[in-house]
Every structure is written in C-alpha cells, then in structure tokens.
Design a protein around this ligand. Structure first.
Ligand code: PBG
Ligand code: MG
Length: 369
C-alpha cells in the first residue's frame, strides 16, 4: 500500500464530525467563540506516539537493549599495596594496586560483567626509550593478570598491547630521528603479547596502530601454543583529543612529545576505517574495535554492516570525563546520560563496549535499569 503524507492512499477518509447548521450566531456567542480554542482533531491515521504511551508499550517496541554482557570494564593498575589513588581528570576512577584490582575483578564477577581490561601506570624510573618494561614478565599488568586469573578463572581478562605506558616519550612505538618505527615496534609488541599470554591473558588487544601487528602477534601466539588466546584489534583507532585523561591515568601525559597522527587515524576518514578493519580481519583478528566511541558511531555502523564481525567500541576517557564533569556540575543527569550513551553504541551496531562506566551501568541494570 503506497503511503502519502503519512496515510495509506487507498484508505478512505475517517468520518468527520457533523458540522452544525450555519445560523447567524448571536453577538455575545460570537465574542465568546473568539476566546475558546477549537477542539483539536487532526485527521491522522498514523500516530507514532501511540507506541510511546506508557512504559510497558515502550518496552514492547524497544529495538535495542543494553545488558551486562555488553560491558568490558577497564581498570588502571599501579604499584603498591592496598592503594586506590584517584585520577583527577576521571572523577570516580582510581588507579588500583594489584590486590585492589583483584577486588574490582570480584566486583565485576558479582555484577556479571564478562571481561575486564588492564592498563598500567608505570613509574618514570621504569620507563625508557624502548619501553623495555613492556616485555618484563613481572610487570604490573602480568602480575595483575596472574592474581586475577588465579582467583577468578572465569572472568575474561583483556590486555592492551602498545608501548606508551612504558616509553619515556609516551609514544606507542620505538622512535628514531623523530619517526615512529613500524616493523621494529611490531617485533617488541609480539614479545609484549607473549608475556601477557604467558601470564594468563585471554584477549590480546593491540592498540598501537602499527601496520601488520595483528598478523605477527597471531603467528607468534600460535607458535607458542596460545591458539585459544583471542585478538581484539583496535582496528579503527583515531588520533583523538579524547584520550587526554587516560594519559593522565597511565602517567604519560606529561612526557608525551608531539601527537600520534603518523600512526593513529585521521578523524576525517571513514573509508580508511574499513580498509584498516579488513586488514586486521585478514591477519587473524577475532574481534575488531572502533575508538573513540561517541564521535565515531557512524564508523561502528559501517564496520558492523560491512564485516558482520564481533564489533566493539571504546567509550574513551575523555568521553567519560565529559559526562562525569557535566554531571558533577549539575548540568546534566549523569546516570541518564551514561545509559543513553551506552544504548547509543548498541543502536550503532556494537556488540560490546569498553567503558569506565561499566560497573556503574551494571549496578543500574541490576537494580532494574
Ligand atoms: N595506545 C594506548 C592506549 N590504549 C587506550 C588508549 C586510550 C583510552 C582512553 O582514552 O580511555 C590509549 C591512548 C593513546 O592511544 O594515546
Ligand atoms: Mg592497521
């Protein structure tokens, strides 16, 4: 049936209320008629508001639902014991000593969050030009993985692969004459992935944006017997201003020189994201990620529609900080903005979301949404 102006054209007009016979109204009635509004009755066969009339009706037609299964919770780990130190640019987020990370892992289990992600704050004294600490099997990330998997073997643990938490210059790769070296960096990333897998990491997530790293890591994992360790590739990762608070959290904001635009993507590009994702899938990625989230929902949708892969999105530190700051100022309802942003990722096609709101959102979902 063809639809014209919101009404199927074969449809007959709805019967109209009979108009009263025209008689000359009395003078006083005429004056009164000016002040009375006409009875509103638009001739609409289709009224979309009918499906929104009450909570049960809205639930019935709802297209996308967020559940705790969609959440990956990133945690920052720091040296020490029984320590939680606030990240000032991320209100509500702490750096955790390993024992405290285990407590948050327990909270993730209780909240039915399937997976956590680990990021280390590395002391300046342990950082060097080559990011050597990244390949130390006793580094904070490896210690945390072992401690968490030991207590909670059924909780998924994801580890980021990139050198920026470990380099003195804060870049994700090795530098020579101001250039980030690709192939030399990949060789180090492979070793980093191997020490993480040996520690018990379930998902290796390369976030460095070097070319060819997914294939190299897959090959090395397989050769070392880690055939079941998954790879979630930060496939379409953009050079973004929204990473600022994260760099505070891991301690590389102060030392980072220049920007990351020779390896992370230009925010103006969309087709290029598809080419990046295609490469990572061909190289063996099990899951792909788009990052940041809210300014890149169009990319999430294109990637999901094009490749039908498990597609993840990272709601990054700056996105978290914006919502938290506006909420703390009383400018927005923080809880509602959080839930709206998360279901927005689902609507865009994401299968899962890395978000600093994971625990808070899971608490809310547990309490009935
Ligand atoms: N390569 C490291 C890495 N892994 C995740 C993030 C950012 C996450 C966030 O902002 O929450 C970054 C920062 C960067 O690329 O500079
Ligand atoms: Mg790539």
């Amino acid at each position: 049936m063809a639809i014209k102006f919101g009404r199927p054209i074969e449809m007959h007009d709805a019967p109209r209320p009979k108009t009263e016979a025209k008689t000359e109204p009395k003078a006083e009635a005429k004056a009164e008629a000016k002040t009375v509004l006409p009875t509103p009755s638009l001739d609409l066969a289709v009224r979309p508001r009918r499906n929104r009339k009450s909570e049960w009706a809205r639930r019935l037609v709802r297209e996308n639902v967020l559940t705790t299964d969609d959440l990956i919770w990133p945690l920052f780990v720091v040296d020490g014991h029984n320590k939680r130190s606030a990240v000032s640019s991320m209100p509500g987020v702490d750096r955790l000593s390993v024992d405290q990370a285990v407590r948050d892992a327990e909270r993730a289990m209780q909240l039915n969050i399937p997976c956590i992600a680990l990021f280390p704050y590395t002391e300046a004294s342990l950082r060097d030009e080559h990011g050597s600490e990244a390949v130390n099997p006793e580094n904070l990330v490896c210690q945390s993985v072992r401690a968490i998997k030991n207590e909670f073997p059924n909780l998924g643990v994801l580890c980021d692969v990139a050198l920026d938490p470990f380099t003195s210059h804060g870049h994700d790769g090795l530098i020579e004459d101001g250039k980030i070296l690709n192939d030399e960096t990949v060789a180090v990333l492979v070793r980093q992935a191997l020490v993480q897998a040996e520690a018990g990491c379930d998902i290796i997530a390369p976030s460095d944006m070097m070319d060819g790293r997914v294939g190299a890591i897959r090959e090395a994992l397989d050769a070392a017997g880690f055939v079941d360790v998954q790879i979630m590739a930060y496939a379409a990762k953009y050079a973004s201003a929204f990473y600022g608070p994260f760099r505070d959290a891991i301690g590389s904001a102060k030392t980072l020189t220049g920007d990351k635009r020779t390896y992370q993507m230009d925010s103006a590009n969309s087709d290029e994201a598809l080419r990046e994702v295609e490469l990572d899938i061909a190289e063996g990625a099990d899951m792909v990620m788009v990052k940041p989230g809210m300014p890149y929902l169009d990319i999430v949708r294109r990637v999901k529609d094009t490749f039908a892969m498990p597609t993840f999105v990272y709601q990054v530190s700056g996105e978290y900080a914006m919502i938290a700051a506006a909420s703390n100022n009383g400018w927005i309802d923080g809880e509602r903005a959080m839930m709206e942003s998360l279901v927005g990722f689902k609507r865009a096609g994401a299968d899962g979301i890395l978000t600093y709101f994971a625990a808070q959102a899971a608490e809310k979902l547990k309490a009935g949404g």
